[in-house]
Design a protein around this ligand. Structure first.
Ligand code: SF4
Length: 148
């Protein structure tokens, strides 16, 4: 049986991105040869529409570009994603880099100016704190090294 891995649905070509598009990534899609890929979109799970305004983390909260506080929606999406991870017993996740939900290590700084800062998206952070290894779409080789 293949190991189950959570994957940001937008990386698999799902049109769940804030713009209504996706972040389709062939290297991520190719992981299906080795893993059972479980698509997740925390922002959709949190009840946000597609398309939606872009959001960024500022301090402990998440705001949309026009200043709506969407922290609760982002937290709900993170909890739902963790629930799936536990239910499916996934040891790792491949998540979209820099997203306020899925980013890990570097995210946008809350000024909507394209500036990066150190930090984690809310979902990536919650998964990490629950012992799930996080890989960005550019670290797929590392995942393959460790799990195949
Ligand atoms: Fe992709 Fe994650 Fe944003 Fe959903 S929340 S569109 S999976 S980066």
């Amino acid at each position: 049986m293949k190991t189950k891995i959570l994957v940001s649905a937008c990386l698999l070509g799902e049109n769940c991105k804030y713009s209504g598009g996706n972040n389709k990534n062939e290297k991520v899609i190719a992981l299906k040869e080795y893993f059972d890929l479980i698509p997740v979109c925390p922002e959709y799970f949190g009840g946000l529409p597609i398309p939606r305004e872009p959001s960024e983390i500022r301090g402990e909260k998440v705001f949309s570009r026009t200043g709506k506080d969407l922290t609760n929606e982002f937290l709900t999406g993170a909890q739902h994603t963790l629930y799936i991870a536990k239910e499916k017993n996934t040891p790792a996740a491949v998540l979209k880099e820099r997203s306020p939900s899925c980013g890990f290590g570097k995210i946008y700084d809350g000024t909507f100016s394209g500036t990066l800062t150190e930090g984690n998206g809310l979902t990536a952070d919650l998964l990490f704190k629950n012992d799930i290894q996080i890989f960005g779409e550019n670290s797929v080789n590392k995942l393959l090294d460790l799990y195949t």
